[in-house]
Design a protein around this ligand. Structure first.
Ligand code: YOG
Length: 135
């Protein structure tokens, strides 16, 4: 039985989001707005099928995938790039690889009790986010 991430999660910590955004080529004005945001994640999971929604007051982002199945991801409203994206289990961690123009791009999610962690990677930058379960 895989881990179940289903639920609603609110951000409580966000380390080096600025460095991650610079690595993605996000312009200064957009970064200035984005770094004030408090994202909320809503996970809908049925076994190996996921929908992850990221909500903010500025923009929202949604991604649907099945574990191990590569898909074309357009990071619409983020850096607007095209990636060939695959998410796999590493034990109970979700490990995403986003192949495309940016080297070493991807993310990892894992849980410890009511805490959800997210590491976002792009080139030599790592952003570390922490979320708490609210539902
Ligand atoms: O989630 O990959 O949970 O899809 C990182 C934003 C800010 C827009 C979001 C909106 C990178 C302006 C990661 C922020 C900065 C700045 C939230 C979403 C880009 C643009 C919508 C993500 C994964 C893992 C699942």
């Amino acid at each position: 039985m895989p881990a179940n991430y289903s639920g609603t999660w609110d951000i409580v910590d966000n380390q080096n989001f600025e460095g991650y955004m610079v690595a993605l080529g996000i312009d200064f004005a957009t970064r200035k707005v984005a770094r004030m945001l408090k994202p909320q994640k809503v996970f809908e999971q049925d076994g190996d099928s996921f929908i992850i929604k990221t909500f903010t007051t500025f923009r929202n982002y949604s991604s649907s995938f099945k574990i191990g199945e590569e898909f074309e991801e357009i990071t619409k409203g983020l850096d607007n790039r095209k990636c060939q994206t695959t998410i796999n289990w590493d034990n109970d961690k979700l490990v995403c690889v986003q192949k495309g123009e940016k080297k070493n791009r991807g993310w990892t999610h894992w849980m410890e009790g009511d805490t959800l962690y997210l590491e976002l990677r792009c080139e030599d930058q790592i952003c570390k986010q922490t979320y708490k379960r609210t539902a």
